[in-house]
Write a protein that binds this ligand. Structure first.
Ligand SMILES: Cc1cc2nc3c(=O)[nH]c(=O)nc-3n(C[C@H](O)[C@H](O)[C@H](O)COP(=O)(O)O)c2cc1C
Length: 349
């Protein structure tokens, strides 16, 4: 079922939401963390905070239908909407809409380096305009009661000192932002593509650790290049939370141990087949609504990464799920190519 509004979401689930705990989150990723990926992620972890792809204020205010940009399923909570924009009034309006739609948090993107967004003063280029970000955060906070958070970089271009980052954080924190998720590498806005900007500028975790040490009252989360839950545990010695992007997408089974290892609670999936099975009713519903099978299964291609039969699973879906009329039988055939493992009950709850 699609969620349209806060009240409806609550009616649909029938239960109060747990308090927002952002110890571990999956990063916002355009085209990757779609609602279908997020529903899949929920078969692996109940506790991870999930982020939407960035949605621009323009898309929310002028795009149609709004469901296309904001629709999600009740199972996706806890769920944060990431906004792209810089106009304080528009961002405040969109934050209020996000709250009406039942999102648990609204996050401002100050980290995305693409040219397309720079031209509209969206994303990482805003690191050079702390006053603008502060005004936006202040307006958003006035408009909503859900948390307003910021995802940023450690710097851009020639901002290459702790003091540059500290100044940005100070201005935005003065406007009331208490939660920052910091991608621990600079963005070079000229000369590198968005993809290169996720790999080439070196990671600088100590700068984020020093930020936390100097502003202990703020929630400082770290992001960038983290691939294992052991690394998350090590990071949590220095910062308040960890956000993983690419690894959570390409190797989604990583999420299956998040609840147990980071929250001390059993996770929902006994094994990869059980996770796939748990997603079936959701997939059936989405297919009934007109979704294409490959739009659903593309997020599962990495589920059996490293397992016997994993490549056959991937190939079967890649070759067949896009065909006209492809339905759940294609998915079941792909699953049949991977041997059933003995269930590992230690993870299940
Ligand atoms: C395909 C893709 C799309 C992304 N889209 C967004 C986005 O919409 N908003 C954002 O703040 N970051 C975006 N990012 C950056 C990630 O959120 C994250 O900061 C980055 O990938 C570093 O984390 P990782 O090393 O764990 O992947 C994107 C990354 C990827 C790979």
């Amino acid at each position: 079922m699609a969620c349209k509004a806060n009240a409806e979401t609550r009616m649909n689930t029938g239960t109060a939401r747990p308090a927002l705990d952002r110890t571990f989150s999956v990063a916002p990723m355009m085209d990757w963390t779609t609602r279908d990926y997020r529903a899949f992620a929920r078969t692996l972890t109940r506790r991870a905070l999930l982020y939407t792809e960035m949605v621009t204020t323009g898309a929310i205010l002028h795009g149609s239908p709004r469901e296309r940009f904001l629709g999600y399923d009740a199972v996706e909570h806890p769920l944060a909407l990431q906004l792209g924009g810089s106009d304080a009034g528009e961002l405040a309006e969109c934050a209020a809409i996000a709250e009406q739609w039942g999102y648990d948090e609204v996050n401002l993107n100050v980290g995305c380096p693409s040219d397309r967004v720079q031209n509209n003063l969206i994303g990482a280029c805003l690191m050079a305009h702390p006053e603008k970000v502060a005004a936006a955060v202040s307006a958003m906070r006035e408009a909503v009661s859900i948390p307003v958070t910021v995802k940023c970089r450690i710097g851009i271009d020639d901002q290459d000192e702790d003091t540059d980052l500290a100044y940005f954080i100070e201005r935005v924190a003065d406007a009331g932002c208490e939660v920052f998720i910091v991608h621990a590498r600079k963005a070079w806005l000229e000369g590198l593509s968005p993809k290169e900007n996720r790999d080439i500028p070196p990671l600088n975790y100590p700068r984020v650790h020093r930020l936390k040490a100097s502003r202990p009252e703020l929630h400082i989360g770290i992001n960038g290049g983290i691939k294992t839950l052991s690394e998350c545990q090590a990071q949590l010695e220095h910062v308040d939370s960890v956000m993983i992007g690419r690894e959570a997408y390409q190797n989604p089974w990583l999420l299956a141990e998040v609840d147990q290892r980071l929250y001390g609670e059993p996770g929902p999936a006994a094994n990869r087949h059980a996770a796939a099975e748990a997603l079936r009713p959701y997939m059936a519903r989405r297919l009934d609504e007109g979704a294409k099978l490959n739009h659903l299964t593309r997020h599962l291609l990495g589920l059996f990464q490293g397992c016997p039969g994993g490549r056959k699973f991937r190939r079967h879906l890649s070759e067949n799920a896009h065909r006209p009329g492809a339905g759940l039988a294609v998915f079941d055939d792909a699953l049949g190519l991977v041997p059933e493992p003995a269930p590992d009950r230690s993870l299940v709850g």
